[in-house]
Design a protein around this ligand. Structure first.
Ligand SMILES: C[S@@+](CC[C@H](N)C(=O)[O-])C[C@H]1O[C@@H](n2cnc3c(N)ncnc32)[C@H](O)[C@@H]1O
Length: 307
């Protein structure tokens, strides 16, 4: 068989997700510093995650679905019996979830970690404007290797930040979260995972790689490896909720938000469109093409308790 024919056949065969690592061209700090202000087009509160749709809610109201995601994460931390909970946001972005929790838990002490100095600075400004005071802090740090004291948090959570961690099982992040939680403390993660073991086609795998490159992700992480790692570390009560349908109404906002952004910020805006900013325009457009039901990516909320 000639080489061209072999290539055509290989292209047509579904690719295993296990071979799907990417080496992003732009660093995380550069990406979030340059594209950071553009997240205002998605959420005026700078919620840098998808929304959670509850029956009866208005699917046209994106901000309330984004806020509902915060509420769902909080509910799964099981903090009702703790008078002054200590909580850790692993990858806090501009601190929207911290501020949401601060409003809902007047006695909680909240700490957010991000690797991006630009986000620390702007999260401080947003926290001050919201009157959060001393009990909400944001610091620069790596959630895979912190200098924070062990067993010191009642809960830790990561809405759409775990994807940036290393490895298909996100082992370094989970090991650190386990170290930082007190026994009985809860971990809540909401994010996209590779739930199936194959891409539908080589083209779909290429789209996945492009999306990862755009959002500075080495690999999304595989669901079964992630939960196996939780178990191996000694977490118990591990629960996986597949939320594809819950996030779909907010995902459906992407075409409109993108179009509006192109008109207002690209055509009429005066900030230079850098590669990082273009990446953040392209990635959400690619997302539905690799997500269930078309592809192996699936949005999950995973909760676990430290033994
Ligand atoms: C998509 S944003 C999500 C932000 C926030 N959780 C939210 O929902 O609004 C991803 C965040 O993860 C953070 N992040 C990625 N890798 C990290 C690491 N190794 N240590 C700390 N933060 C990290 C980024 O700095 C960014 O703030």
């Amino acid at each position: 068989m000639v080489t061209a024919e072999v290539n055509v056949i290989e292209e047509a065969i579904a690719q295993p997700v296990a071979n799907a690592q990417v080496a992003p061209q732009i660093g995380l700090e550069q990406y979030y510093s340059e594209a950071g202000p553009d997240y205002a087009a998605w959420s005026r509160e700078f919620n840098m995650h998808f929304g959670y749709y509850r029956a009866g809610a208005n699917p046209l109201h994106r901000e309330s679905m984004l806020e509902q995601m915060n509420a769902e994460v909080l509910a799964r931390l099981h903090l009702d019996d703790i008078a002054e909970p200590r909580l850790l946001d692993l990858g806090c972005g501009l601190g929207a979830t911290l501020r949401s929790f601060a409003r809902r838990l007047p006695h909680a002490r909240l700490l957010g970690l991000t690797r991006v100095p630009w986000q620390v600075e702007h999260a401080h400004a947003l926290n001050d404007a919201a009157g959060c005071g001393e009990r909400v802090r944001v610091i620069e740090g790596d959630y895979e290797d912190t200098i924070l004291p062990r067993s010191s948090y009642d809960g830790a959570y990561a809405p759409e930040s775990r994807c940036h961690a290393h490895g298909a099982d996100k082992g370094a992040l989970l090991t650190e979260a386990h170290r930082l939680l007190r026994p009985g403390g809860r971990l809540v993660v909401a994010d996209g995972f590779l739930g199936g073991d194959r891409f539908a086609s080589a083209l779909q795998q290429r789209i996945y790689r492009k999306l990862c490159e755009c959002w500075v992700i080495e690999e999304l992480g595989q669901l079964h490896l992630f939960t196996a790692r939780l178990e191996q570390l000694g977490f118990m009560d591990i629960t996986v909720e597949r939320l594809q349908l819950r996030v779909a109404p907010s995902v459906a906002h992407i075409p409109w938000v993108t179009l509006k952004f192109l008109l207002t910020d690209v055509v009429c805006g005066n900030r230079k469109m850098t590669r990082a900013r273009w990446n953040n325009v392209l990635a959400p457009v690619l997302l539905p093409l690799i997500s269930a039901p078309l592809g192996p990516m699936t949005y999950c909320m995973i909760t676990a308790t430290k033994r």
